[in-house]
Structure formats: C-alpha cells, structure tokens
Design a protein around this ligand. Structure first.
Ligand code: IDP
Ligand code: MG
Length: 151
C-alpha cells in the first residue's frame, strides 16, 4: 500500500465561494484518503513560514493578506504518488493557464485568487504537514474499499 502524503489547502476564496465540498470530492473520487483536516484562520506567523520561499517576491505581502484574510481548510491526503498527482489535479499556478478540468482551471480566473494549494515536492509536503498538524492529528485507518483502489 502506498503511503505517500501531501498537504492540500482550500484557500479563503474557495471557502467563501462554497467550494469546500466539490474540492474534497475530487480527491475522494480519485481514490485518495483524507487523514487530517481542519478549518482554521491562519495566523500571520504561520502564513509567513508556509510561504517563506516567496518572502522577497513583490507579491509576498498581498499573498499573506489573502491567505490570512478568512478561514481555510488545511488537509493531509494519502495515496499512490499523491504529491505529483495532486499538482496535476490542481493545475498551473495561474488559473488562466491551468488545464481545463483541473481545479484552478475550472474554478479560478486570477493568480491572486487561485482557490487551492498543494505541496510541490515530497520535501515540501513533509515540511508543510509538520507546520500545520501535530502528529496526533494525523489519523491512521483503513478503508474497506482499498482492495478496489489498489491491485
Ligand atoms: P503554487 O501555489 O502553484 O505552488 P507558487 O509559485 O509557489 O505557486 O506561489 C504561491 C502562491 O502565491 C500562489 O498559489 C499564488 O496564490 C501566489 N502567487 C504566485 N505568484 C503570484 C503573482 O505573481 N501575483 C500574485 N500572487 C501570486
Ligand atoms: Mg508553491
């Protein structure tokens, strides 16, 4: 059984627009397993850590304002090759360039309101999961349908 994990966050614009259910549904229907989730408003210090790689970019301040402006849904998902696959499922950073059918390609139009976050590598996934969740908040459980998802 594949145990790869990634960090996925439904951003404030998507929460406000009523897209929580539709986004979660996409990952469930794909065959991935939700193993941690919380609705939270991100404190500024956590936002700055999460986006530390962008701290010198011109959009950094507006990015921090956006991500801390209202609640987000922070999640950990698990499954086969989920880090790379989730990036394909969310689509390119700019929703206008994101493939039609991807989450950003379906639900967004603006780079600064791009609906969803997913870790960009296994290293980022580990870092981001540790930033947002305590180990005891991440659940281990089996789904009875796993034999129908994995050979
Ligand atoms: P990613 O979310 O696809 O990994 P990154 O380049 O890591 O994209 O950028 C992080 C986030 O910063 C993006 O998802 C988007 O919300 C925001 N962002 C990136 N570039 C710009 C920009 O040029 N203008 C405004 N916001 C940006
Ligand atoms: Mg990124």
């Amino acid at each position: 059984m594949e145990r790869e994990r990634t960090f996925i966050m439904i951003k404030p614009d998507a929460v406000q627009r009523g897209l929580i259910g539709e986004i979660i549904n996409r990952f469930v229907k794909k065959g991935y397993k939700l193993i941690a989730m919380k609705l939270m408003q991100i404190p500024r210090s956590l936002a700055e850590q999460h986006y530390a790689e962008h701290k010198d970019k011109p959009f950094f301040e507006s990015l921090i304002q956006y991500i801390t402006s209202a609640p987000v849904v922070a999640m950990v998902w698990e499954g086969k090759e989920i880090v790379a696959t989730a990036r394909v499922m969310i689509g390119a950073t700019d929703p206008l360039k994101a493939a039609p059918g991807s989450i950003r390609g379906t639900y967004g139009v603006d780079l600064g309101r791009n609906v969803i976050h997913a870790s960009d590598s296994k290293e980022s996934a580990k870092r981001e999961i540790e930033l947002f969740f305590k180990p005891e908040e991440i659940l281990t459980y089996s789904l009875t349908l796993e034999n129908w998802l994995y050979e």
